[in-house]
Design a protein around this ligand. Structure first.
Ligand code: F58
Length: 831
């Protein structure tokens, strides 16, 4: 035993527990049965698939807990600088397959289960998704946690344990309906409730000035206190024993607060009040467009930030007697502006509770925070009305005013009395609704401000935060996003994983993804091409079965599977895709029958959720269904064209869809997608991209070469001019398909009117008209390439071979070295 061996007691405990849990088949079977009997409380002679899954999950969790204890103990002993990743959203998806793969015991479990008469894959399907987030930002957090664990970084993730995750999308008559996702219904076997890790979080009330040993200090007398309880979720690294923790906070009533109400005899109200505390963490806001200035959202933000900061400071104080070393031991990463109240909270704790003095506290704060922004446009940036913040968090408002005052005074010294610029840079926005600009607060305090792709980082410097860039150029960095190859190849595409390992002669790429470039040497090898095509076919088969089960549409495996799955947004231009499909349909219909044999058959697949209040996005979903209805029932067109909408797109559906895609579309109006990460997952799976030069696509082109994907559309610098000019001449083909929709060719004439207006109503803000022809050309190029299977396969291999740069391992290493200043801290064992 390498830990605790200095203590005889620890040795004895270890012997009593019979060492670490064993992973041979018999031990695993015994373990699963023990959990069936004593955890799930079913008879081991009679349990179904779901109960078997629960027992299996608990058995895996035991191993995760063991590793997580070892990791934490080791970190405690080494006391390295830790990074605390604060994110309001995480899209973890399922945990079972990912965990057993990262622990390196998937085959052992599969064998143990088959001895018990169960199939691993079938049980894995029993698990629901943990969908505590909206889209790209949330899934990125999950990928980055996997990389932090795998690369042995001493890291913690912090977030909120929403009881209702992202809504479930149900389609009725082609319309989206939202249903609550009460994902904890059957319990969550992965988490551990830490009943002893709780912190009071205060709201409302007043701030009073008090005299403390002759010094004036501010005392916040809260009006409400809610208790935050920690729920720990283990995140195992791959090929290492290190297992880090994602700590999610849930609201619980606090006795401190309620006693008052009980004492006044208002028993019923007191109980209702207790229940209100639990509401704080109850529901995830499903709008992925912009922030909402709602009180509950602000409460959620502060709740999660306050509990996390208390936890971080408690851990620091366990090993340190003063705050001098705080910046050498703590890095705090703000994942977008949502957790940026942490800045005011750190100041409050250091000044009001630890009595450090303002300047010293500010000096510390400026050394520990780094900030990553995921938005492109100013409307995406959070602004909190001053009145709202002042009533909910009166002390924090004072602190933010103080920070702003000092900042503006300094700024005046640097830039003089340029009032326009001063007012643009101020943390406080004057206007009809006086507000706090959370991004400005985060920039002022953070030592580093990151964009999520090269293009995005340049846009931040040139547009969104130009003033700040001119003031502090050294703060601005680029951290191009990445995704984890463990989830997006190893878990979701086992046959491709095996093929890659066979040709590279090693599995080392799973930790060292740059090795994937080794595939380039074999891209033209007919044997690899043959095997590569076979893998794609099997994945397409899986996807085709799913499509038939979900929509009743039978699709041909010979067709090109063309996928666009992501949140539904005007800027992501699913509408452009649908108009292109209508054009394709129209062409086929008007073609001489003899010409049809030249048409490359397509299965167009669209999936994604629209924010519940986003009317235009919901109309896009309906249009997709209306067009699908027409095309799929047209026997004259048959297998030449099919359109399917995959409902309720989430992480586990993505795991099925992505490996089966031939082509995927990333067609945002240039300058609107900060990065995009879906493209990276498709790329890893050897799917060809049809894309605009936006976000990270620009870097993908650098890596795999423009010949290996299908680019089209206006470039970022051309967009403002095109908008200015308006779209004077809508290309004929585009005008024609819009007319078909307007004329009711797909029904729902009136309903689609406002949707058509967004394109031909005079504004065409997202430039569907001006990009249409170039889009069709790119589609034609894709058809041509697909008609040559060897060429296509070579492009596919080269896509996967070039995807290593887009691994979150690269991103996280970059953060660790250039932003957080942390080093790996690996538990000494062989993993
Ligand atoms: C996304 N942002 C970007 N925000 O749109 C995407 O380009 C990028 O790849 C990804 O972040 C990761 O950097 C995003 O997903 C949200 O979902 C916010 C949730 C909270 C409200 C505001 C939007």
């Amino acid at each position: 035993m390498s830990l605790g061996s200095d203590s005889a007691k620890a040795e004895r405990m270890f012997r009593l527990m019979d060492g670490f849990l064993k992973n041979d088949s018999i031990s695993l079977q015994q373990d699963i049965l023990r959990h069936v009997e004593y955890t799930v409380a079913r008879s081991r002679f009679n349990f179904d698939d779901f109960e078997a899954y629960q027992a299996l999950a608990h058995s895996v969790r035991d191993r995760l807990i063991e590793r997580s204890h070892d990791t934490q103990l080791y970190f405690k002993r080494k006391d390295p600088k830790r990074v605390y990743f604060l994110s309001f959203e995480y899209l973890m998806g399922r945990s079972l397959s990912n965990s057993v793969i990262n622990l390196g015991i998937r085959d052992q479990y599969a064998d143990a289960l088959s001895q018990l008469g169960f199939e691993f894959e079938v049980l894995a399907e029993q698990e629901g998704d943990a969908a505590l987030g909206n889209g790209g930002l949330a899934r990125l957090s999950a990928c980055q946690m996997d990389s932090m664990a795998t690369l042995d970084y001493p890291a913690w993730g912090y977030g909120l344990r929403y009881e209702y995750g992202l809504f479930r999308q149900v389609i009725l008559d082609g319309f989206q309906h939202e249903q609550p996702d009460f994902w904890l219904n059957f319990g969550n076997p992965w988490e551990t409730e830490r009943v002893h890790v709780t912190y009071p979080v205060k709201f409302y009330g007043v701030v009073e000035e008090e005299n403390l040993n002759g010094e004036k200090c501010n005392v916040w007398i809260p009006g409400e206190v809610v208790e935050a309880v920690a729920y720990d979720n283990p995140i195992p690294g791959y090929g290492t024993r290190n297992t880090i923790t994602l700590r999610l906070w849930a609201g619980k009533p606090s006795d401190q607060h309620d006693m008052e109400a009980y004492n006044t005899g208002d028993y019923i109200n007191a109980v209702v009040c207790r229940q209100k505390a639990e509401n704080i963490s109850s529901v995830l806001y499903p709008d992925d467009r912009s922030f909402q200035g709602k009180e509950l959202r602000l409460k959620q933000q502060y709740f999660f930030v306050s509990a996390s900061i208390q936890d971080i400071i408690r851990r620091f104080k366990e090993a340190h007697s003063n705050f001098d070393e705080f910046p050498e031991k703590v890095a705090l990463q703000l994942n977008d502006t949502h957790p940026s109240l942490a800045i005011a909270e750190v100041m409050r704790v250091l000044v009001d509770k630890e009595h450090l003095g303002w300047n010293k506290a500010w000096d510390i704060a400026c050394k520990i925070f780094s900030f990553t922004i995921h938005a492109v446009i100013a409307e995406g940036l959070e602004k909190i009305p001053v009145d709202l913040l002042g009533s909910l968090l009166p002390r924090h408002l004072q602190i933010i005013y103080e920070i702003n005052f000092t900042f503006v005074e300094e700024l005046k010294k640097r830039i003089g009395l340029d009032y326009n610029r001063l007012s643009r840079m101020s943390i406080i926005e004057e206007g009809a609704v006086k507000s706090i600009r959370m991004a400005n607060l985060a920039i002022v305090c953070s030592h580093t401000v990151n964009g999520v792709s090269k293009v995005h980082s340049e846009l931040l410097k040139a547009k969104l935060f130009k003033d700040f860039y001119e003031l502090w150029p050294q703060k601005f960095q680029c951290k191009t996003n990445g995704v984890t190859q463990r989830r997006w190849i190893v878990v979701s595409n086992p046959s491709l994983c095996a093929l890659i390992s066979k040709w590279l002669g090693t599995e080392a790429w799973i930790r060292d993804v740059d090795l994937l470039t080794g595939l380039r040497a074999y891209a033209a090898d007919p044997d690899l091409q043959q095997e590569w095509m076979m893998v794609k076919k099997v994945n397409k088969m899986r996807l085709a079965e799913y499509i038939e089960a979900m929509s009743g549409v039978k699709v041909s495996l010979d067709a090109m599977f063309d996928v666009q799955t992501k949140r539904i947004h005007e800027y992501k231009r699913q509408l452009l895709n649908i108009l292109g499909i209508i054009h394709r349909y129209d062409c086929i219909k008007n073609m001489e029958k003899s010409q049809r044999s030249k048409v490359v058959p397509r299965v167009c697949i669209i999936g994604g959720k629209a924010a519940p209040g986003y009317e235009i996005a919901k109309k896009i979903i309906k249009l997709c269904h209306a067009v699908a209805e027409k095309i799929n029932n047209d026997t004259d067109v048959g297998d030449l064209l099919k359109l399917v909408f995959i409902p309720d797109y989430n992480v586990s559906v993505a795991e099925l869809v992505i490996p089966g895609a031939d082509l995927s579309q990333h067609i945002s109006t240039a300058g609107h997608e900060a990065s995009g990460t879906g493209s990276m997952k498709f790329l890893m799976n050897g799917c060809l991209l049809l894309a605009t030069e936006d976000g990270s696509t620009v870097e993908i082109v650098e890596e795999i070469g423009a010949d290996n994907l299908f680019l089209f559309g206006a470039k970022i610098h051309e967009v403002p001019k095109l908008r200015e000019e308006g779209s004077p001449k809508m290309p004929l083909q585009c005008a024609r398909v819009i007319r078909m929709v307007r004329d009711g060719y797909f029904g729902f004439k009136d309903y689609f009117e406002s949707l058509c207006d967004t394109v031909d109503g005079g504004k065409d803000f997202y430039l569907l008209g001006s990009d249409f022809e170039s889009y069709l050309e790119a589609q034609a190029a894709a058809d041509k390439a697909f008609a040559d299977p060897n060429k296509w396969t070579q492009m596919s291999i080269l896509s996967a071979a070039g995807s290593g740069r887009f691994s979150s391992d690269r991103t996280i290493r970059d953060y660790a070295e250039k932003t957080w200043g942390i080093e790996p801290c690996r538990f000494p064992s062989d993993g």
